[in-house]
Ligand binder design. Structure first.
Ligand code: NDP
Length: 326
């Protein structure tokens, strides 16, 4: 552990659209934000090829380019952007303590958590290969579905997300094949009924992915196995969508913050406030419903404004309490 403790007015954890937007607002409000990027600088968007649905980019922009632009904008107003991974926090006292890489200790007046969520993948080598190549594997139908217009795609998963995404894809694609590993859905009945009643969605029950097939550059099909009959078949497809859930990156906060049953941070409705004064949340760490760059950016703005108001209220309390002694 280091013996020098740094004091920071506003610490932002995470470098996706939520974190950088919070940084832009906090920096412009003279809060001298320090932003730690985490292990995936730029967040989930860096795994997306083309972002076409963020307002203001009529020709689209790649995910990594967009994150570089956001970082530059945050730095232009003085955000101190640092490499590093927050490994531990202590929100039990008035001063919020945060440790970077198990070593450096920071005392913060406000903390904005923008640690995001990670999409779960099957973990097959072939899936990871085409994901890294940007060749047809995606965990976000709303982000990438458009690139598969009039094509045939496969989606794996049977929860509400998978149903919602399959339905979304069915409006763009010629055919959607949905792979359900058990003999029943996890999704709510109404969501299941929606996919069952959609003509161009074919549902294969008891079916698991064996391999994502491709030509070395892009996906051309999916090899699947029926786990009851062991029959293996190949489905032609140019896109392979994985919708088997997300994991919010909130483990280090669970001792102090209220989380829902899947680990998302619970914010006070209509605000970015958590149950701990001075600790705010933005982006996917608190959002399992929308999960878009633009909604993350919006809540990043909210978090910075809430933090600024919190500091202003604290300062005026201090002025009132010191003036009583004068
Ligand atoms: P869920 O955890 O609810 O569902 C995950 C699905 O993926 C399950 O069907 C699971 O199968 C399947 N799965 C997991 N691992 C694998 C694997 N290795 N191979 C194949 N299939 C796999 O996640 P969701 O993201 O769907 O939903 C998360 C939460 O968000 C839920 O509470 C949901 O209700 C909510 N939500 C609500 C929406 C809405 O109301 N509009 C929209 C989206 C989400 P199995 O069932 O066999 O475990």
């Amino acid at each position: 552990m280091s013996d020098t403790i740094e004091n920071v007015k506003c610490l932002i954890i995470g470098s996706g659209p939520a974190g950088y937007t919070a940084a832009i607002y906090a920096a412009r409000a003279n809060m001298n934000p320090v932003l730690y990027q985490g292990t995936q600088p730029g967040g989930q968007l860096t795994t997306t090829n083309e972002v076409e649905n963020f307002p203001g980019y009529p020709e689209g922009i790649t995910g990594p380019e967009m994150m570089i632009e956001l970082q530059k904008q945050a730095q232009r107003f003085g955000t101190d952007v640092r490499d590093g991974w927050i490994t531990k926090v202590d929100f039990s006292g008035d001063t919020h303590k945060v440790w970077v890489n198990e070593e450096k200790e920071i005392h913060c007046e406000t903390v904005i958590i923008s640690t995001g969520a990670s999409a779960k993948y099957l973990g097959l080598d072939s899936e990871q290969k085409y994901l890294k190549l940007g060749g047809g594997v995606s965990a976000c139908a709303v982000c990438d579905g458009f690139f598969y217009r009039n094509q045939e795609v496969v989606i794996v998963g049977a929860g509400d997300s998978a149903c919602e995404e399959a339905h979304y894809l069915s409006k763009l694609c010629k055919k959607v094949t949905m792979l359900v590993r058990r003999d029943e859905f996890r999704a709510s009945k109404i969501m299941e009924a929606r996919v069952r009643n959609t003509e161009n969605i074919e549902i294969l029950m008891n079916t698991e992915t064996e391999e994502v097939i491709g030509d070395g550059q892009v996906v051309t099909g999916v090899k699947v196995k029926n786990n009851q009959t062991n029959e293996v078949t190949e489905i032609p497809a140019t896109g392979f969508f994985v919708a088997i859930g997300h994991k919010p990156n909130t483990d280090i906060f669970k001792e102090y913050l209220e989380l829902d049953e899947t680990g998302y941070i619970i914010n006070k409705p209509g605000t970015a406030k958590t149950n701990v004064n001075g600790v705010f949340v933005s982006g996917d760490a608190a959002d399992h419903v929308y999960r878009q760059a633009i909604t993350a950016a919006g809540t990043g703005c909210m978090a910075a404004l809430d933090a600024e108001r919190y500091l202003a209220a604290k300062d005026s309390e201090f002025e009132v309490s010191t003036s009583t002694y004068n």
